[in-house]
Design a protein around this ligand. Structure first.
Ligand SMILES: NC(=O)c1ccc[n+]([C@@H]2O[C@H](COP(=O)([O-])OP(=O)(O)OC[C@H]3O[C@@H](n4cnc5c(N)ncnc54)[C@H](O)[C@@H]3O)[C@@H](O)[C@H]2O)c1
Length: 354
């Protein structure tokens, strides 16, 4: 079978992070063109990836590709995505899919109408260690989950004039831009959301128009709770990026700092000091410190090749964004958000606006 001709649109920070992943996929695709409005960035990416064509205007990519990876500012996801879908090209869209529900629906409809793959790039979902965690949870290896907590503590301060400093261009604050990864993950692990709250602040991150730090808690139909603490204002961190899943038979921990998946078990409940009774086992260790985008991009390409629907397709990523939008609305109204109907497997079309 012929290799899929792929283009990279946007050679900034994340476009650069994709380079390692793309370099690993030459068995299934050929990177034919790179594009950035800043020519030197595109030229640098082309040199690193040995790509023949370099363009500044993405409209010139269409004839050279079957599929495109869009890594642009958020407000450009919709126009660029629509352009490529209307040209009959498959789209791997950096997260979040788009800044409004209407824009997301237009992208989904266009992809469906033309039988094209539209996938959101949520790399975490495709990491082997996360797949392992999901398998352990689904198999109830450590019993039933009752709490999944995710901490993402980073320092993210964009330079003056950067598009991400504008809440309009970003589509919201840290929770929308970055929390979307983890809301998606909580929905995937825990099922049907019922209600939730989000509280955010830009104290500590005055460069943000909306929140730079947020706490979100969601309850699920099975009784489990999900939590995400995300900040772009960390001046120091102990937890870094950490995922904890408490189950009735032990706790799973994935610590991104040491790239290790642990199981903490054997709490002896008669003991006064419960912590010291816990036994720690290493379940998996990773040696790749990159963003590991090769897994998501391979999944996208295989979906094109095999005519399959991606795990993080348009509708499922829209459901995650709807959760975020409902949580934002409830926060404004001082209410608890009603999240029923927003699970990844629920009938998303029922929620279409009239
Ligand atoms: N998955 C992750 O871990 C992760 C991390 C960071 C960013 N991202 C996502 O990647 C995307 C890009 O973010 P970034 O941090 O790389 O931003 P960035 O500003 O570093 O890069 C964006 C690039 O797009 C280029 N660009 C802007 N307008 C253009 C146009 N009309 N035509 C061609 N090129 C144009 C810019 O010159 C820049 O090089 C966003 O969707 C963001 O949310 C994902």
């Amino acid at each position: 079978m012929q290799k899929i001709r792929m283009g990279l649109l946007g050679c900034g920070g994340m476009g650069g992070s994709h380079q390692n992943g793309l370099a690993e996929l030459s068995d299934i695709m050929e990177l034919t063109v790179v594009c950035d409005i800043v020519l030197e960035r595109a030229q640098k990416a082309a040199a690193a990836l040995n790509v023949q064509h370099v363009v500044q205007d993405y409209h010139e990519m269409a004839d050279l590709v079957d599929a495109v990876l869009i890594s642009l500012p958020h407000d450009l996801h919709h126009p660029a995505g629509m352009f490529f879908l209307q040209a009959g090209k498959h789209v791997l869209m950096e997260k979040p899919m788009a800044n409004t529900e209407e824009e997301c629906l237009q992208l989904i409809d266009e992809a469906e109408k033309r039988h094209l793959v539209l996938m959101t790039a949520y790399p975490v979902r495709y990491w082997p260690v996360i797949l392992k965690m999901k398998e352990l949870v689904d198999n109830k290896t450590y019993g039933d989950v009752f709490q999944m907590s995710i901490w993402t503590e980073q320092f993210t301060k964009y330079p003056s004039g950067h598009w991400a400093l504008s809440a309009n261009r970003l589509g919201g604050g840290q929770f929308f831009s970055h929390g979307c990864h983890y809301v998606d993950l909580l929905l995937w692990f825990l099922g049907q959301p019922v209600r939730g709250i989000h509280l955010g602040t830009n104290l500590g991150t005055p460069w943000m128009e909306k929140e730079g730090t947020s706490n979100a808690t969601i309850t699920f139909a099975n009784g489990a709770m999900g939590y995400h603490f995300g900040t772009w204002g960390a001046r120091g961190t102990k937890l870094g990026y950490s995922f904890h899943i408490h189950c009735t038979g032990g706790m799973l921990e994935y610590n991104l700092t040491d790239r290790t998946l642990y199981a903490h078990t054997h709490i002896v409940d008669e003991k006064a000091n419960l912590d010291t009774a816990s036994r720690t086992t290493i379940l998996m260790k990773e040696d790749d410190s990159s963003k590991k985008t090769q897994y998501e991009t391979r999944h996208f390409l295989e979906c094109i090749r095999d005519g399959k629907t991606p795990m993080t397709d348009g509708p499922s990523s829209l459901q995650g964004l709807r959760v975020i939008w409902r949580l934002y609305e409830a926060e404004q109204a001082n209410q608890i958000a009603d999240l029923r109907g927003l699970g990844l497997d629920e009938d998303w079309r029922n929620l279409r606006k009239a």
